[in-house]
Design a protein around this ligand. Sequence first.
Ligand code: FMN
Length: 183
Amino acid sequence: MYRELPVEEAYHIQTGGPLIMIASVSEDGTADVMTAAWNAPFDTDQPLVVLDKSHTTSANILATGRYVICIVSDADTKSAFAAGSCKGRDVGDKFEAKGIPSRKSAKLGLKVPDGCLAYIECELKESEKPMFEKYGILVGKAVGVEADEKYWPEGAGDFREGMKHEVHHVSGSVLIRGGEITG
Ligand SMILES: Cc1cc2nc3c(=O)[nH]c(=O)nc-3n(C[C@H](O)[C@H](O)[C@H](O)COP(=O)(O)O)c2cc1C
């Protein structure tokens, strides 16, 4: 037996990729970070994120063409909810305003939340900007990837140990984690 649900609930059944934070910087150098549940790989080196155009992050990315996707760890979901609770344009540097510990990303040198499982540094090409501006579909090009070496040590073939610590958004403030290796 299946129960029919309102079509508006579709997104509550299809979770996105792992919960991420997106770090960016404004043209005048103010760091920002937000949280996003709706994301997936588009190509091997092209992560896709669906972002509301009203976010400070969206304006920052359109202005600078640079941002970092940060994979949230189950060890610190508090920072993710803090980053998703206010707008950078209202509070200034959100890392400072919300006490989110930070470090610098390896290639672009952007301020990113410390303690994430992995980071994908991205650039947004001019040719991809119209799709982002019009539909909020952000498809950037990875220019650097860092993974916690505890979870992807030299010689390991994949990120299975890191993925055990990824979380997915269920609804509201509810996250789910888990999974055993199968197959
Ligand atoms: C768990 C969670 C998931 C979220 N997922 C998304 C998302 O997928 N896309 C989006 O545009 N906003 C999402 N948000 C909302 C933004 O993180 C939030 O509006 C944030 O304050 C924007 O910050 P900014 O204006 O500094 O960029 C999410 C928030 C939370 C708490």
